[in-house]
Design a protein around this ligand. Structure first.
Ligand SMILES: Nc1ncnc2c1ncn2[C@@H]1O[C@H](COP(=O)(O)OP(=O)(O)OP(=O)(O)O)[C@@H](O)[C@H]1O
Ligand SMILES: [Mg+2]
Length: 248
């Protein structure tokens, strides 16, 4: 995927300007930046949900317009249908892509097991904890076997403990089923843990202040949190976010 000279505007207001980013197959690009700098807007542009003011997003060489094939998004606030069960929420993503009912149901059950929600197939979102709702959102996104997974602060609405559990579960799932991922997060630890590279956005309008390579080897687990390189990258990202003048 390539983001090329992307500028996003709402009315008169330019949110981000001239963003260039590429992401290779199987790569995880973490995106961090202050609240309101345009991270969600960037993901929505990549998903083809809002048109860019300038520039373009290409996936496998094709410009995205409308929701491109093979792109799935996990939202900041779960984004489940409250009137559908866990299973129906997951199966829905497949049904709208034309998968037959029985097959969609079977695949939904597999994914529900993968994210650790067996036994809750028939539950409704309001009967689930936040962590379980986000597992459902993750199952729904993975069900379509996306070429590109867009994660918008997937653990942001969770308590710290649930967040940590889900982080390492997602890491395990990702390591078993690697998928190209754009991973937006407020957590610098999370950005380093998941990312092959980290794009730090800053400034008004925002731009890419720096692209940082995360050379920590895969598979990663909790022990990387104490690695000297992990700590060094975390400090670097932190200082770039804190320094509003870091923008080029
Ligand atoms: N639909 C919209 N109409 C008008 N302005 C919008 C719209 N969506 C976002 N904005 C504005 O664009 C800016 C960037 O919003 P965005 O949601 O992308 O930020 P963010 O980086 O995801 O923030 P956060 O970290 O808090 O989730 C904000 O100032 C917001 O007010
Ligand atoms: Mg956001």
């Amino acid at each position: 995927m390539a983001i090329d000279g992307l500028t996003m505007r709402f009315g008169e207001r330019t949110v981000s300007q001239d963003i260039d980013l590429t992401i290779g197959a199987g790569e995880v690009l973490s995106i961090v930046g202050p609240s309101g700098c345009g991270k969600t807007t960037l993901l929505r542009a990549v998903a083809g949900l809002i048109p860019p003011a300038e520039g373009e997003v290409r996936i496998d060489g094709q410009t995205t317009a409308g929701t491109p094939d093979g792109v799935a998004m996990v939202f900041q606030h779960f984004g489940l249908f409250p009137w559908k069960t866990v299973e129906a929420n997951v199966a829905y993503a497949l049904r709208v892509r034309g998968v037959a009912k029985k097959e969609a149901q079977e695949r939904a059950r597999e994914l529900i097991t993968l994210v650790g929600l067996s036994g809750f197939e028939k539950s409704y979102p309001h009967q689930l904890s936040g962590g379980m709702q986000q597992r459902t959102g993750l199952a729904r996104a993975l069900a379509v076997r996306p070429r590109l997974l867009l994660m918008d602060e997937p653990f942001g609405a969770l308590d710290a403990q649930t967040r940590e559990v889900l982080q390492f579960e997602l890491l395990r799932i990702w390591q078993d089923h690697p998928v190209t991922m754009l991973f937006v997060t407020h957590s610098i630890d999370e950005a380093v843990l998941f990312g092959d590279r980290i794009a730090v956005l800053n400034g008004r309008p925002s731009g890419v202040a720096e692209l940082i390579d995360v050379t920590l080897p895969h598979p990663r687990d909790r022990s990387v949190l104490a690695a000297p390189e992990f700590l060094a990258i975390r400090e670097r990202v932190w200082s770039l976010i804190m320094n509003a003048d870091a923008r080029p």
